[in-house]
Design a protein around this ligand. Structure first.
Ligand SMILES: [Ca+2]
Ligand SMILES: [Ca+2]
Length: 347
């Protein structure tokens, strides 16, 4: 039946039965054809070691297994369009296994065509060939680690303790610049000031949180970025034993030791009360350029050195208590801790 069909379609060709499969075929123009078209057709190739994802610009290597009846291979790579269709963006005829290509961000599929150029397809449109199954892969933009730098020489970012200090007191608007990422600030108070306890979150370009730092402004315990009598009040609670130092965060305890002698005590309270008096004469809304020429602001800043590495102060020593006093004091401390936390959230 096939013989009659082929003779009708291709009267100028000679036909014979395939010696391998008994299928009728034409002999074609070459003499090396082993049999009929299907017996001359290569096997499907398949890619070896192709990954499912690569980074932009990375070399993607296309290896494939050798196939029978094959004179050469063509490598075709298509990119997915927004509507889900594909367009060919790379084609290499007579490609060899091991071709390397790099791509931009996107979704791709690759196929390899195995050709037998010694015989033609039945309709004469092409050499006998077979196309491999598609192998899909995606190419992503590389995600770099964000690099953070302080926005001024006075600001120190400690990469081991993850504390940031040395900010201009009361007026800082930010503290870090980020390349290959972004920073956001979580403020400890509703004032949204760059005070003690402000958390600096660092995100990469994929918006994944990759790092967090905590700001310490020495003297500023309540986190409003200024140090004054309000902070003295909280330090007093600790030095008087009314609240446990544990009621403060690590950053708050470091901030409370404003003379950096490793102890939270009345010396610190005294400095803060003195600072509070000076602060009354400082325009807290003035821009930093103006404040830096204000002698009172400079005197205020001179009270507490912001350039010193934060250290965890010793726990203040507390007086011996009688059992009865312990119960009452314990209850009062608990109450103060609750009130303190409530105050810190409000202010
Ligand atoms: Ca404060
Ligand atoms: Ca101290």
């Amino acid at each position: 039946m096939q013989g009659g069909h082929y003779e009708a379609a291709h009267p100028h060709r000679c036909y014979e039965k395939c010696s391998l499969c008994d299928y009728w075929s034409y002999t074609g123009e070459t003499t090396t054809m082993p049999g009929c078209i299907e017996c001359s057709r290569p096997n499907k190739a398949s890619f070896i070691g192709l990954q499912s994802s690569y980074e932009e610009g990375e070399n993607v290597t296309f290896n494939w297994s050798a196939t029978t009846n094959t004179t050469h291979y063509n490598l075709v790579i298509e990119r997915e369009n927004d509507d889900g269709s594909y367009r060919t963006i790379y084609r290499k005829n007579y490609a060899v296994s091991g071709e390397s290509v790099s791509f931009g961000e996107g979704y791709y599929r690759a196929s390899v065509q195995s050709y037998n150029s010694q015989c033609w397809e039945e309709d004469g449109s092409d050499w006998v060939h077979i196309i491999s199954d598609y192998s899909n892969f995606q190419v992503n933009k590389p995600v770099y680690s964000p690099v953070i730098t302080p926005i001024s020489d006075d600001i120190v970012i400690n990469e081991s303790t993850h504390f940031i200090y040395g900010l201009p007191v009361g007026v800082a608007q930010g503290c870090v610049a980020v390349t290959d990422g972004t920073a956001s600030y979580e403020y400890p108070t509703a004032k949204q000031a760059m005070g003690t306890g402000t958390v600096v979150n660092i995100y990469n370009n994929d918006n994944d949180l990759v790092d967090s730092y905590t700001i310490v402004v020495f003297g500023d315990v309540d986190g409003d970025s200024w140090y004054d009598g309000n902070d003295a009040y909280f330090v007093n609670l600790v030095t008087n034993g009314m609240i446990s130092p544990d009621a403060l965060t690590d950053a708050q305890r470091m901030a409370a030791d404003c003379n950096h002698d490793g102890v939270i005590d009345t010396v610190d309270t005294g400095i803060l009360e003195q600072a509070g008096l000076l602060l009354n004469d400082i325009d807290q809304t003035a821009p930093i350029e103006e404040l830096q020429t204000d002698s009172v602001y400079l005197e205020y800043c001179g009270l507490i050195d912001q350039s010193i590495e934060p250290i965890e102060p010793d726990q203040p020593t507390q007086a011996e208590e009688t059992p009865a006093a312990k119960t009452v004091l314990g209850w009062l401390k608990a109450l103060f801790t609750v009130v303190l936390n409530w105050l810190l959230r409000i202010f």
